[in-house]
Design a protein around this ligand. Sequence first.
Ligand code: PHE
Length: 343
Amino acid sequence: MTLNTQILKIREKFLHEYKEVKNSKDIERLKIEYLGKKGLLQSLMLFLKDASTEERPVFGKEINELKNEITIQLENGLISFLSKEEDKKLNNEEIDVTLPGRKNFQGRFHPLTLLMNEVIDIFVSMGFAVETGPDVDSDYYNFEALNFAKDHPARDMQDTFYLNDEMLLRTHTSNVQVRVMEKFKPPIRCIAPGKCFRNENISSRSHVFFHQVEMFYIDEKVTFASLLATMDEFCSKLFKKKIETRFRPSYFPFVEPGMEGDIKCIICSGQGCKVCKHSGWLEVFGAGMIHPEVLKSGGIDPEKYTGFAAGLGIERLAMLMYNIKDIRYFTQNDLKFLQQFDL
Ligand code: PHE
């Protein structure tokens, strides 16, 4: 069979097969059959090698023409089949307008963030500036500069996660105190919100990490009375009503005198429940007059200046405000719990 007849035969075969095409898949199949690497046109090219020098350009041209013709036809066919198929698919799809709409879930702040922001706003409105300190800190700022000597038994009060001899996870936001004193001169009126860590047993009342807001004020003639007044003012602003508070003498090495501030348990109204350990009161802050040694660590003259400091436990406060009976809810990421707190 001459090359010429072969070309003609392939054209005929193609035209015949093309008539039978029913969809885009058939076109793809023809594409491979005719134009593919091992396709019919490629096999014609192999024959071209055996043709004489005169015939070669003539046949080459013919094969190329056939190739172009087939390519164009298949391309056009493919486009028209694909659009027909798409139309058919769309026509068959039905929209069920009676189906309920999809719900849009909106993110929101964690209840602790909400409360933290509220506490910050109140102190800022009272003239306090906001500072922060590191979660991973040195023994110096967390303990030593705060009048905890190396072997001070009060260190046992705070079960510390040590990273090595020198570094630890801060056990309280009081680590910010001396840092701020080093940076600013009195009058200093400052709060420091943040995360704290203690190696405690996890229970309904305590967790290994929690949040505090440290608050301190250093100036000439700062008195214990200003501390009580500040905490009273803060509590009534936070709870938006007069709140019953009580102050008990307590001990922290970095304050003298030191005390703990309690709020009447709002969950049980002072009757006694699991959260307040049946005492009717919830401890929400530690406080006191800044110890002269601590002022000295911060380069502040204790003869000239005095100051007060307080540390608020945010989880405790949140439990009171939102009537939450177990501190572990805050970290369980249960949407049913978290979605109750709106912006
Ligand atoms: N840092 C103390 C604690 O975490 C709280 C405190 C802060 C006490 C400031 C007195 C003054 O227990």
